[in-house]
Design a protein around this ligand. Structure first.
Ligand SMILES: Nc1ncnc2c1ncn2[C@@H]1O[C@H](COP(=O)(O)OP(=O)(O)OP(=O)(O)O)[C@@H](O)[C@H]1O
Ligand SMILES: [Mg+2]
Length: 341
């Protein structure tokens, strides 16, 4: 691996199931939902990111919106390639894009297969990168929230994204033990969607369910500072007519309760298999929550009751991974151990 010097055209990418972020010259320059809209007949890309999300679930027969990543893995290779290329294309790299110094560090879900890794790498190469390195998501998350990953000191990071919840114990620049489950933000949305159908006879879309989750999502049924009830729009299953229903945070807590329990169980399992000396470190330092799911109200309280450990929610949990990826990009020699080619 020849990573001695890095240049200003280098970029760090967090390729997430829900969101893709890019850092260039130390700044976040792309922060877009991981979605692409294509013309079904010509297979041409119509929109990428926010614009494509606005079209999602509102398309006619000629347009198809695709989320290339699902459950933390690449579900549609072609679309993933187009999306990566398109998002890199949003950057103003001038003619440096094709200069030989252009290198990319890209954060990938840790459950990704070799074939998928190759696909990601190829997409980045097609976008003009001379060299592509990859970093595992929990490592990037830990770096991004300021954990000194090189120390002989155990840190537990729980990253709850759109597709996966990754729980990892990190020490000496490596993952000592981890758990990855496919219960995360997308599943919470589905729980809410099903709850609205069952309880309120209301058919809602994926995006509306997500808006409810952000508006009044909660992991516990009694909050100290409860948010106001949320109005959700959809179609009445009985009459077929559009209608509005008000939902409270405790209803959402009920709707996603089983999924939150799965995350709790995975955290407990990860603690169980942690070697004792590292467990002692975690006992002292607590658990760090990152990813968009960390923003769920009351999740820290619930996990702390379950584990009896202090829980720290990262300051800016949606950007922790891309920040960590950029840190590795900035000091490639120091972080050689965690950069994969
Ligand atoms: N305020 C919020 N409350 C609850 N969930 C939220 C909030 N904000 C964002 N989310 C959820 O966080 C998820 C996105 O998080 P993130 O960007 O970390 O995922 P990702 O990195 O794209 O996915 P993955 O890491 O699984 O590939 C989405 O499911 C989104 O609905
Ligand atoms: Mg992520």
């Amino acid at each position: 691996m020849n990573i001695t010097e890095w240049f200003t055209s280098d970029i760090a990418i967090d390729l997430g199931t829900a969101n893709t972020l890019i850092i260039h010259k130390g700044k976040i320059v792309v922060e877009e939902p991981s979605i692409i809209a294509m013309n079904k007949r010509t297979n041409k890309v119509i929109a990428i990111g926010t614009k494509a999300l606005q079209m999602h679930e509102k398309t006619h027969e000629d347009i198809r919106t695709i989320r290339p990543l699902r459950d933390g893995v690449i579900a549609d290779f072609g679309a993933a390639r187009q999306m990566i290329k398109g998002l890199i294309g949003m950057l103003d790299l001038g003619n440096r894009l094709f200069s030989p110094s252009h290198r990319i560090v890209i954060c990938i879900p840790s459950g990704i297969t070799e074939v998928e890794k190759r696909a990601v790498k190829e997409s980045a190469e097609q976008a003009g990168a001379k060299e592509v390195f990859m970093i595992k998501e929990p490592i990037a998350a830990a770096l991004g929230i300021g954990i000194d990953i090189e120390q002989p000191m155990g840190s537990m990071v729980v990253d709850i994204g759109g597709g996966t919840t990754e729980i990892a114990v990190i020490a000496l620049s490596g993952i000592v033990c981890d758990q990855s489950i496919r219960t995360a933000g997308d599943i919470f949305n589905r729980d809410i969607l099903e709850y609205m159908r069952r309880q309120h006879n209301l058919l809602v879309g994926e995006r509306s369910a997500e808006a409810v989750k952000k508006g009044v999502g909660s992991a516990i049924s009694e909050l100290d500072n409860p948010p106001e009830d949320y109005e959700i729009r959809g179609r009445d299953l009985m009459t077929g007519i559009p209608k509005v229903v008000k939902v409270s945070y405790s209803e959402i807590a009920f709707a996603i309760d089983k999924s939150i329990s799965k995350i709790e169980e995975a955290v407990l399992k990860a603690l169980e298999v942690t070697p004792p000396e590292l467990a002692a470190d975690i006992y002292e330092r607590g658990i760090y929550l990152t990813g968009g799911g960390a923003l769920l109200r009351g999740l820290d309280k619930r996990l702390s009751l379950k584990t009896k450990l202090p829980i720290h929610v990262a300051d800016d949990p949606l950007r922790a991974v891309v920040r960590g990826t950029a840190i590795a990009l900035g000091s490639p020699k120091r972080y050689r151990a965690v950069l994969m080619s």
